[in-house]
Ligand binder design. Structure first.
Ligand code: MN
Length: 130
């Protein structure tokens, strides 16, 4: 059951953040929002969200570094983290999976695909932790 799941959205682009927020709230999720990598790590450690959507290019530490910090802490080590990036270049998917991301969403997002991907990862996380 993923209804009401809490999703941490890490995105420094205001327009993208608004879209993700609107779509996730409409789908019944609760959101936490961070615009920097440092803020993302602090919020994740405090709230242990059900899923993290992590932009790669951020103003301070990048999404890969932020992911490393989450994986290094027992409170967030097993939280699913999806890379959220515009770098839709050949080989990027493999690069982000190798870095430890659970999956990958490329921007601009297709809203229906975005929601179904979020739903899938929230459900797999709640199964694995129940
Ligand atoms: Mn960015």
């Amino acid at each position: 059951m993923s209804a009401g799941a809490q999703i941490l959205v890490v995105e420094d682009n205001e327009k993208n953040m608004k879209l993700f927020r609107d779509v996730l709230l409409a789908a019944g999720y609760r959101t936490l929002e961070a615009t920097t990598g440092g803020e993302a790590v602090a919020l994740a450690l405090e709230h242990s969200p059900d899923l993290v959507l992590m932009d790669i290019q951020l103003p301070d530490i990048d999404g890969v570094e932020a992911l490393g910090r989450l994986r290094a802490d027992g409170r967030t080590a097993s939280v699913p983290v999806l890379a959220l990036t515009a770098q839709a270049m050949e080989g990027d998917r493999e690069r982000f999976l190798a870095a430890g991301f659970d999956g990958y969403i490329s921007k601009p997002v297709n809203v229906a695909d975005f929601v179904s991907t979020v739903k899938r990862y929230c459900e797999s996380h709640s199964r694995s932790t129940s």
